[in-house]
Write a protein that binds this ligand. Sequence first.
Ligand SMILES: NC(=O)c1ccc[n+]([C@@H]2O[C@H](COP(=O)([O-])OP(=O)(O)OC[C@H]3O[C@@H](n4cnc5c(N)ncnc54)[C@H](OP(=O)(O)O)[C@@H]3O)[C@@H](O)[C@H]2O)c1
Length: 304
Amino acid sequence: MKRIKIGNQFEASAIALGAMRMSGKTVDEAEKIVLTAYENGIDYVDHADIYGGGESENVFSKVLKRNPGLREKILLQDKVGICKGYYDASYEHIMEAADGCLKRLGVDYIDALLLHRPDALMEPEEVAEAYTRLQAQGKVRFFGVSNENAAQLMLLDKFMPGKIIINQLQFSICHSILVDEGVNVNMHTEHAQVLSGGVLDYCRLKDITVQAWSPFQYGMFRGVFLGSEKYPELNHLIKELSEKYGVSDNAIAIAWILRHPANIQAIAGSMNPKRIQEICAGGDIQLTRQEWYRLYLAAGNPLP
Ligand SMILES: NC(=O)c1ccc[n+]([C@@H]2O[C@H](COP(=O)([O-])OP(=O)(O)OC[C@H]3O[C@@H](n4cnc5c(N)ncnc54)[C@H](OP(=O)(O)O)[C@@H]3O)[C@@H](O)[C@H]2O)c1
């Protein structure tokens, strides 16, 4: 499994396990999922306080309790700031929500805490104060955000220089906005629209690790593109490459994300141990430049 530097601060597996879909699992099932991921090279787990209304964290905490020593072997990330009907990046909310995460996970500290979505009413000074306090208290080691553009990152950086080391964004072969705008600069095409504000390049410049959420989905939770009749050309090519590399289709889809030189970390959300094992094989594949572009085009993306 490929390993990457997170924000130039610490090392982790290039594929992480996302716990968004863990809430419906029994502790036995969750244990199998987590241990399969770990045995196949994943040492990073992504949570959010809203996943299953906190239930994903609860189930996961029972897995940790059953497996003494596991906590120290893996890196734990959590996200806060989404409330019912609004977003909240206030000092009070971040502090209270972080404590809730620690309690439900049953741990003393987490390795990374992220603001889940940009809050239009965010006051960066408050985020800085909360992050500084949580770090001083030893509750959180590192900080990040999710779904933010370059200007939003710059705004936070003004108040806490260098402190944001992660930005989690949606990215897959079929949701490739992060690279679309870069290859279509100055064109009159739909793909030239600047939808993410050059955030991928900004993150590279600032040593902020981009984490790719929903690596197998098209649209926002509209479905999995693997095997979908909406993407016949893409699936045909994925099959060709999976035969070439001797891996499954999901490994090729992950390898496409990992091939980008930004050293993106892919957050896979499968709760199926067999699939997790298959996905991890993608962490050992280096697609060629031509294969990367062929996949990009086969998903329906144009090049000027
Ligand atoms: N920051 C944000 O705003 C945000 C938003 C969404 C998600 N996330 C994070 O990203 C993680 C991943 O998101 P996601 O679960 O939507 O992404 P995903 O890994 O693209 O999708 C996983 C889902 O696809 C299904 N699936 C069907 N066929 C598959 C195949 N061949 N290979 C792999 N999966 C297949 C899985 O089912 P099985 O379980 O049966 O395999 C599972 O339900 C989440 O757990 C969460 O940590 C963050």
